[in-house]
Design a protein around this ligand. Structure first.
Ligand code: 5GP
Ligand code: ZN
Length: 116
């Protein structure tokens, strides 16, 4: 855990969040500024700054996140969804704790215009 990290504080309960899922490896909560009717953030319960730092020692957290996303979407009858990870500033990463956006509930575009 990183004492200066927003998502570490959310995982620890120091900052409130609308939790949607939790297990030993994964914490998931509603994005505070949703861009789709369903917008959840799935984060590992260990501080990994970004996708660049995924390695053989911590990749189990990533696998567990994808399992959790499958479980939550099944429980909530979410038929179709998009998973997004922004890695680095130009890609739009604003919180330096690895997270995957789960977006659903609307028809989504694809291609250059969807990149903003
Ligand atoms: P990024 O831009 O790094 O890919 O995604 C960070 C996400 O975290 C953004 O979608 C933003 O709305 C969300 N976010 C930032 N601060 C908070 C917060 O305090 N609580 C919650 N629930 N979401 C946050
Ligand atoms: Zn963190």
């Amino acid at each position: 855990m990183d004492k200066d990290c927003l998502f570490c504080k959310i995982i620890a309960g120091e900052i409130p969040s609308a939790k949607v899922y939790e297990d030993e490896f994964v914490f998931a909560f509603k994005d505070i500024n949703p861009i789709a009717p369903v917008h959840y953030l799935f984060v590992p319960k260990t501080h990994i700054c970004c996708a660049k730092k995924i390695n053989p020692e911590n990749s189990q957290y990533v696998a567990k996140i994808f399992e959790a996303m499958a479980e939550v979407s099944k429980q909530e009858n979410i038929e179709s969804y998009r998973i997004v990870n922004n890695c680095g500033e130009d890609a739009g990463q604003s919180v330096m704790h690895l997270h995957f956006h789960l977006l659903a509930g609307k028809k989504m575009g694809w291609g250059e215009q969807s990149l903003g």
